[in-house]
Design a protein around this ligand. Structure first.
Ligand code: AMP
Ligand code: ZN
Length: 472
């Protein structure tokens, strides 16, 4: 089946043709780990997760690479704004390294709760400084750079069609990126590849380089690491729409400047999650996280469900009322699936043709630039189809859930949702038990397990973490 994607580069829906038959190399820009990811960020990771699982459903073998931006001076091109990692370190009285580790783990925990699969390769910027330095050297050899005031700049006028991804005039591009005036630049859109003379003095994260001790500009890591792990021809590169005019535009200038040919075949961008009050932003302080949704009693998967009810290229307006509606719809879906699983009989008919018809229908929806709302419609058609046996239905639901990842076949979550159990309390006890186990306080860990037992809760430890369910 042909897979169609909207390519930001051409502004068209295009048939997907991979570089290597049957394989996909996919790079997605990862989090800056100075704070929790907000639910807007996570909408983008959910979209990328669905993309990967859809490709896999259609038979491709996917290699997915994602960076972790753990060196925080990189957020701005113009050496402006705040140094986010150091800001986080001051805020929490920790070192920048501790901050990075803590929020990387928090991000991976969020992904787990949202059934966002961890990419094949997760690579930290701080562990790839040499790769970044060699990329700057190659750009230097090819004449794309200049040194001014101690910093190495990329000279965008040397790169043909610099604005091709954003498809904006240079004036619009400049206005959109709001660059601070920097008299050391030849063109206001030039950007720093390597800082040795940043406005921010006494940085903790610094490395030696041919240009002096310093740190990389923030676009560099994605060019260096994507090419290291995926080679010089990449099938798909993703991120949020905010990355189009600056970050991805600069990544293209760096990568294609070095390799001298087209680098990425398909650029896919997720639209923003917005609030009534406007954009969700970490710099404004108050922002919604998975933890906050949980505190308000929502299972994180309800947020995943909410995101999947709209197309990734449309802005999505968040409200707790809308999330509540998603919860009702999700519970209804889960209870229908649970009922049909209970009806399955061993000797039910399984007609492969009927199954394949529905699989094809589902495949067509996801192949239409990830039309996930329509894929859910096919799921409902299956559930309501009186011609299908319960076994056929459950086979199809299980199959579709490989893409949707809504735990449809798994009873735990619904039992948790429907019961009178205080799930926050259970989560808190499990956390305390995990802490006790970590500090080898076995007596306390056992005591908490007994307490959970007396609440009729069964806990299941696995290498993915601890899950719980009501005892039957
Ligand atoms: P950051 O950690 O700021 O680099 O952002 C991580 C990812 O989230 C990037 O792909 C951004 O484009 C994306 N992103 C940022 N804000 C939002 C939002 N409100 N809605 C959806 N995606 C977002
Ligand atoms: Zn990136």
């Amino acid at each position: 089946m042909d897979f169609y994607v909207y390519n930001t580069m051409s502004r068209k829906k295009e048939k997907f043709v991979p570089v290597y038959e049957g394989k996909v190399g996919m790079y997605t820009c990862g989090p800056t780990v100075y704070n929790f990811a907000h639910i807007g960020n996570l909408r983008t990771y959910i979209f990328e997760d669905i993309l990967k699982k859809s490709l896999r459903y259609l038979g491709y073998e996917v290699k997915h690479v994602m960076n972790i931006t753990d060196v925080g001076h990189l957020q701005s091109d113009a050496d402006e704004g705040e140094d986010k990692m150091e800001l986080g370190a001051k805020r929490e009285n920790k070192t920048v390294w501790e901050i990075a580790k803590f929020y990387e783990n928090a991000f991976l925990d969020d992904c787990k709760k949202l059934n966002v699969e961890i990419p094949t390769v997760v690579c930290r910027a701080t562990e790839h400084i040499d790769d970044m330095i060699s990329l700057v050297k190659r750009l230097e050899e090819k004449g794309y750079t200049y040194i001014s005031n101690g910093n190495v700049y990329y000279e965008i006028d040397k790169f043909e069609n610099y604005n091709k991804l954003a498809n904006l005039s240079m004036e619009e591009l400049e206005a959109g990126s709001r660059v601070e005036v920097d008299e050391h630049k030849k063109n206001p859109m030039d950007f720093v590849l390597w800082f040795t003379n940043s406005k921010f003095k006494n940085q903790i994260m610094q490395w030696d380089s041919p240009w002096g001790r310093g740190f990389p500009g923030w676009h560099l890591e994605c060019s260096a690491m994507s090419m290291k792990y995926l080679g010089e021809k990449i099938d798909i590169h993703c991120g949020g729409v905010d990355h189009i005019p600056v970050h991805h535009t600069n990544e293209i200038a760096q990568s294609e400047g070095v390799i001298g040919h087209k680098w990425v075949n398909y650029w896919m961008h997720g639209e923003f999650l917005v609030l009534d009050s406007g954009k969700m932003s970490k710099s404004k302080g108050e922002f919604l996280t998975v933890n906050k949704l949980e505190e308000k009693g929502f299972d994180p998967l309800i947020y995943r469900y909410f995101c999947l009810q709209s197309r990734y290229r449309k802005q999505l307006l968040f409200s707790f009322d809308a999330l509540k509606d998603a919860e009702t719809a999700y519970k209804k879906l889960k209870s229908k699936v649970r009922a049909l699983i209970k009806e399955v009989k061993e000797d039910d008919r399984v007609d492969l043709e009927r199954i394949n018809n529905y699989k094809n229908k589902f495949g067509e929806k996801i192949s239409d630039d990830l039309n996930i709302p329509n894929a859910f419609t096919v799921l409902w058609e299956v559930i309501k189809d009186n011609e299908l046996t319960s076994k056929e239905k459950s086979t199809l639901v299980e199959d579709f859930d490989k893409v949707l990842s809504m735990d449809l076949m798994n009873e735990d979550i619904e039992e948790g949702l429907d019961s009178n159990i205080d799930s926050d309390l259970v989560d808190k006890l499990i956390q305390e038990r995990n802490d006790a186990r970590q500090s080898k306080n076995w007596a306390k860990a056992d005591e908490i397990r007994d307490k959970l037992n007396s609440m009729n809760i069964e806990i299941l430890d696995s290498k993915e973490g601890t899950k719980w369910k009501l005892k039957k």
